[in-house]
Design a protein around this ligand. Structure first.
Ligand code: S3P
Length: 450
């Protein structure tokens, strides 16, 4: 049979025995994007180990190569020759980011202030997502934008002769917006300051400091973070950059092991940065058996191995303040909640509406077709569980080009009484190409469906 990348690939998960064994999840997606962006920008050669070779990250790599960075692979190591801060070249063609919001938005910030034109395109999912949140601060810096109404892709930007540094208070909890403004500030004279009332993942700040940028973080009396970056300074390559395992990918085998009876799994080398560990905190409150073992430092970040056993879970209320540290994990938390005793309430979910899909609605519909009791609010989700999984499953889930919807509902099918089918598994390759082999290696049953 010929493979056809343009046709959806339905996939089903059915309940088998317990999951057991050790697994190593791929590199963190957020850090991998930034490794290509900053390595491609900094003068000298950056060597990257553990990079996530998902389609999203590779799209960022191609964009940096189109603007002059040199990328090659030697064994397991990516070797990136950077152009030097301020020295990107005008891309000869459009920059195609596929499904990748992080790649598109961060690159928009990075090239925004350059006095050349750049055109951004993406797939149907990315072309529906709001870009105004990044374009608005760029406009304040003098960047011109030609876009469809509503600031969606495809769009073109062109920087001014000299960009204006700004002080920008990020209006929503978004690490992508924060990062885009900081990256634009790299090529503006003087100090660009981002004020972040609610802390989000801090990889841009930490990594830019590692690449030698002059960047300072202070916290004001209200608890808001002020991130001040000196523009137009040199960036130096990082000789050895190691990307830790992605906690947002670890979330899938983690929840699967918690809900499939008898499971006992170790997930190795997971990033434990506190801006990313909200799911683990929530699952522990629900009574999950997760031992955080072998804590150590890797690539300037805390990492650990997670030893997870099947657990009796109890519903909890997840407060809105926790949303930034587990923003990508709500779909799979909803699956854990479907197996918890009682009700789980998730609040502060407004940002889920603008992810790869409207994730709140996609999760609610998936729960509905699989017989899981829930209530979808404007920015909240309430799920009432069924610990034995009796009567659950049997649905065909629409994934709307969203990798995390696909993986979450496949995890459901590993524990529900009836199998679960997702309409398209192709998007899983954007963030977790090894998902199917890893899960079947632990004992899960996944099979092509119609
Ligand atoms: C990311 C930030 C988050 C997250 C995304 C990755 C990043 O998006 O959902 O998967 O790498 O900065 P928002 O900034 O839109 O919340």
């Amino acid at each position: 049979m010929q493979s056809n990348d343009h046709a959806p690939r339905p996939l089903a998960a059915r309940r088998e025995g317990a999951l057991a064994g050790r697994a190593r999840v791929p590199g963190d997606k957020s850090i991998s994007h930034r490794a290509f962006l900053f390595g491609g920008l900094a003068a000298g050669t950056t060597r990257i180990r553990g990079l996530l070779e998902g389609e999203d990250v590779l799209a960022t790599g191609r964009a940096m190569a189109a603007m002059g960075a040199r990328m090659r692979k030697d064994g397991d190591v990516w070797i990136v020759g950077g152009v030097g801060n301020g020295a990107l070249l005008e891309p000869p063609g459009v920059l195609d980011f596929g499904n990748a919001g992080t790649g598109a938005r961060l690159t928009m910030g990075l090239v925004g202030p350059y006095d050349f034109g750049a055109t951004f395109v993406g797939d149907a999912s990315l072309s529906r997502r709001p870009m105004g949140r990044v374009l608005d601060p760029l406009r304040l810096m003098g960047v011109q934008v030609v876009a469809r109404t509503g600031d969606r892709l495809p769009l073109s930007i062109r920087g001014p002769r000299v960009a204006a540094p700004i002080v920008y208070r990020v209006p929503m909890a978004s690490a992508q917006v924060k990062s885009a403004v900081l990256l634009a500030g790299l090529n503006a004279p003087g100090t660009t300051t981002v004020i972040e009332p609610v802390a989000t993942r801090d990889h841009t700040e930490k990594m830019l400091q590692g690449f030698g940028a002059s960047l300072e973080v202070t916290i004001d009396a209200e608890g808001a973070r002020h991130i001040a970056l000196e523009g137009q300074g040199p960036l130096r390559a990082v000789e050895e950059l190691t990307v830790p395992g992605d906690p947002s990918s670890a979330a899938f085998p983690l929840v699967a092991a918690l809900i499939v009876p008898g499971s006992d799994v170790v997930i190795e080398n997971v990033l434990m940065n506190p801006t990313r560990t909200g799911l683990i905190e929530t699952l522990l409150e629900m009574g999950a058996s997760i031992d955080v073992a072998n804590r150590r430092q890797e690539g300037g970040e805390d990492v650990a191995d997670l030893h997870v056993r099947h657990s009796r879970l109890t519903g909890v209320t997840v407060p809105p303040e926790r949303a930034p540290s587990m923003i990508d994990e709500y779909p799979v938390l909803a699956i854990a909640a479907a197996f918890a005793e009682g009700t789980t309430v998730m609040q502060g979910l407004d940002e889920l509406r603008v992810k790869e899909s409207d994730r709140l609605s996609a999760v609610a519909k998936g729960l509905e077709v699989n017989g899981i009791s829930h209530v979808e609010g404007e920015d909240s989700l309430t799920v009432t569980g069924r610990p034995d999984g009796r009567g659950l499953g049997g649905g065909q889930v629409e994934t709307h080009l969203d990798h995390r919807i696909a993986m979450s509902f496949l995890v459901l099918g590993m524990a529900s009484e009836k199998p679960v089918t997702v309409d398209d598994a192709r998007m899983i390759a954007t963030s977790f190409p090894e998902f199917e082999t890893m899960m079947t290696g632990l004992g899960a049953m996944l099979e092509p469906a119609r």
